[in-house]
Structures are given as C-alpha cells and as structure tokens.
Design a protein around this ligand. Structure first.
Ligand SMILES: Cc1cc2nc3c(=O)[nH]c(=O)nc-3n(C[C@H](O)[C@H](O)[C@H](O)COP(=O)(O)O)c2cc1C
Length: 172
C-alpha cells in the first residue's frame, strides 16, 4: 500500500464524519481473492467500538453477488472515493458482477493488500476489515415496524449484518 502512496493510520485517526462518509459519499464493499473478487456500493453501515476493537458493520442482501465473496472470505475492504468516482460507484450499485465486469466497466484499478484483501487504487481511504460476526436480521426483532414495512415488504431478502474488526486503515 505504501508503494501506492498510502499512509497507514490508526482507526481513531480517520478524518471526517463517518456517518456522512458512508451515507452521502458511499463506499465500495469488496471481497474475494486474486483469482476472483467482486465489489458493490453500500451506504448502510457504520463504524464504532465493540468487544474492545474498532469495528465496522455493514448490511448485505443475500442476493448480491458480493455476498458470496464476503461469505467465503475472512474479510473485506471498505473503500472511499472522491466525488469524481461517483459514476463508478453508481454503476457498482446498480449492476451486478454476475452480469458485467465491474473493473473494466468502471476503469477502477484493483490491488491486493498485504493481508490479501482486494481494494482499489483510486480510493482515498481503505479499511481492511476482518469478519467477527454475521447474522441475518430477524423480522421478529424489529421494535419499530416502519423499516420492516418500508424495506422488507416487497422483493429483496432481509439483510445480513456483518461486524468486522478494522485491522488496517490507509489514507492518502
Ligand atoms: C447508494 C447505494 C447504496 C447501496 N447500499 C447497499 C447496502 O448497504 N447493502 C446492500 O446489500 N446493497 C446496497 N446497494 C445495492 C447494491 O450495491 C447493488 O444491488 C449492486 O448491484 C450489487 O452488486 P453485486 O450483485 O455485483 O454484488 C446500494 C446501492 C446504491 C446505489
């Protein structure tokens, strides 16, 4: 990562408002290996502190192609980009890797971290995340039924929550 111009920082040193970074700027969730990987746009999730570790949590519907890669990998990366990559993130959030090659369609440049996680060289912030916990959200657990009605009454499976330790953070 250093050869790509990145500097390693501690998770607590991440600058900016993470809620806004995730909700408004969006992120790519990328998992897999050198042979095969996939990426998708996400803007539901967060970061915090759990089990004495800095963590992220993301929500992935099982029908996403990326889901298969997250399931079969020990971890994933979250990557964040400048506004000029909005079109690329739009594409990764509306098309499936089952149907198109997202790398060639977006022009993003994949690279692999020392931990072996796929990321993109255009990102200005890379979080390498190791899975700690995964569980499908449960309809019975909703206390307020509004999100259930709004997001899970039509087509589309209920999300799986992944909590992952932030093991390395890279910025430039
Ligand atoms: C702004 C934005 C945010 C998204 N956030 C999520 C998310 O948090 N979780 C999720 O499962 N899908 C989310 N999606 C949808 C996936 O990115 C989309 O279904 C994508 O095509 C999946 O690609 P894949 O099949 O190659 O994995 C989001 C899409 C957009 C445009």
């Amino acid at each position: 990562m250093k050869d790509l111009g990145y500097r390693r920082i501690f998770p607590k040193e991440i600058e900016g408002n993470l809620i806004s970074l995730i909700a408004d700027d969006w992120m790519l969730v990328t998992a897999g290996n050198r042979e095969k990987f996939n990426t998708m746009t996400a803007n539901w999730g967060g970061a915090g502190y759990l089990w004495n570790k800095p963590v992220v949590y993301v929500f992935v519907r099982p029908e996403r192609y990326t889901y298969e890669f997250i399931e079969s990998s020990g971890g994933f990366t979250l990557t964040f980009f400048d506004e000029k990559y909005r079109d690329a993130l739009n594409l990764c959030g509306t098309k499936s890797g089952r149907d198109i090659d997202k790398v060639s369609e977006t022009g993003l440049t994949p690279h692999f971290t020392e931990l072996g996680y796929p990321a993109f060289s255009e990102a200005n912030l890379v979080l390498e995340c190791r899975k700690l916990y995964g569980e499908r959200l449960s309809r019975d657990a909703f206390i307020d039924s509004e999100p259930l009605i709004t997001h899970y009454s039509t087509k589309g499976g209920i999300h799986k929550l992944y909590i992952a330790e932030i093991v390395r953070v890279w910025v430039r």
